[in-house]
Design a protein around this ligand. Structure first.
Ligand SMILES: [Zn+2]
Length: 340
């Protein structure tokens, strides 16, 4: 067991934790916390950390749960009766009324371990109007010794009632130096892929890690070279569409990054200036084959694709993706014809 119990807090999680711990010690903890943090900062891990710590039965609270007591064991087994984790169910996009009602019922029962009851809602934005309404009463008339953790990526779109009832706690990385330092501590060095990742996600350290570890850095490179083949007429759009079908959502994101570099190259940037340095061999010919106006047109199509991804509309998405790739090959040909 480490000094900090079961888990380690990241540097950017320490301050919000200290605030919560202080309020707990002074018996001034609010009934609900709005936990704000962008994707890639370990917001949910932190929420779970706080929940386990709240429920831990150790006689003296440390930084983090003890990991040994009955409560901690139940928590780790995922069967703590006083903890309720509410996430979007698989295959769905929203948290349902039924899920919220079940949570409220549990919150109204008395604590099984004679302590606190904690609920953790992973995404406030996933509550629809009726599930939010179901939650209102709990928010406005909370039971004693209950803590409701409401997570959100951004403040925008969070219902006013939540903003006024819940206390705001931000979990976030302020600059890329913090991300770099944390990665260096975990990996002993910063690889070239990590360097790219830091440029892409300067304030989302976990995103940098998965970008490198899940091979995304490598795959994004492969895709960009394939895309360069399309605009140069070396491969057909339909072949590429098929090859990358299972990575479609990632491809859309990579395209966005790629076009930023392409526009940058068109303004005279060299290999050392671009974000995706390892892909310069692909982005340079793309910058050459498509006019800046054409790139802007393609970027608007990328934005439309991102909208379809958010709407979770797979059929439309696939069709739009194919038409985007076909358009990419045509726009390059058109431009070449005009140029020659
Ligand atoms: Zn414990």
């Amino acid at each position: 067991m480490s000094l900090f119990g079961d888990n380690q807090l990241t540097p950017w999680q320490q301050e919000p934790f200290e605030q919560i711990a202080k309020q707990y010690a002074q018996e001034q903890l609010p009934h609900s916390i709005l936990m704000l943090g962008e994707e890639g900062v370990g917001r949910d891990d932190f929420a779970v950390f706080v929940a386990q710590w709240m429920l831990c039965g150790a006689s003296e609270k440390q930084v983090g749960a003890c990991g040994q007591c009955k409560s901690c064991q139940l928590f780790k087994a995922g069967s703590h009766p006083d903890y309720h984790y509410l996430d979007v169910e698989e295959g769905k996009t929203q948290i349902s009324v039924a899920q919220v009602r079940e949570l409220i019922e549990h919150m109204q029962e008395s604590s099984h371990q004679a302590g606190w009851k904690v609920a953790n809602i992973t995404n406030v934005h996933a509550l629809n109007a009726s599930s939010f309404n179901a939650l209102l009463k709990t928010l406005e008339e909370p039971q004693p010794n209950t803590l409701l953790i409401l997570q959100a990526e951004q403040l925008q779109g969070v219902p006013a009632t939540i903003k006024s009832r819940a206390q705001l706690r931000k979990v976030g990385v302020t600059d890329s130096a913090m991300t770099r330092q944390w990665l260096e501590q975990r990996h002993d060095f910063i690889s070239r892929e990590m360097e790219t990742g830091i440029q892409l996600f300067p304030t989302a350290p976990y995103k940098v890690e998965s970008f490198v570890e899940e091979g995304e850095a490598f795959k994004s490179g492969e895709f960009i070279y394939d895309y360069a083949d399309i605009v140069q007429g070396k491969q057909t759009p339909m072949d590429i569409a098929e090859r990358w079908q299972s990575e479609l959502e990632n491809c859309v994101f990579w395209c966005q990054l790629m076009f930023h570099d392409v526009l940058y190259i068109q303004q005279g940037a060299g290999e050392d200036d671009v974000q995706l340095k390892a892909q310069f061999g692909a982005t340079a010919p793309i910058a050459d084959a498509i006019s800046p106006k054409g790139v802007m047109l393609l970027l608007t199509k990328i934005i439309e694709l991102q909208r379809l991804i958010k709407l979770k509309s797979p059929a439309n998405l696939m069709a739009s993706w194919q038409s985007f790739l076909i358009y990419s090959s045509q726009i390059a040909i058109k431009y070449k014809n005009i140029a020659s």
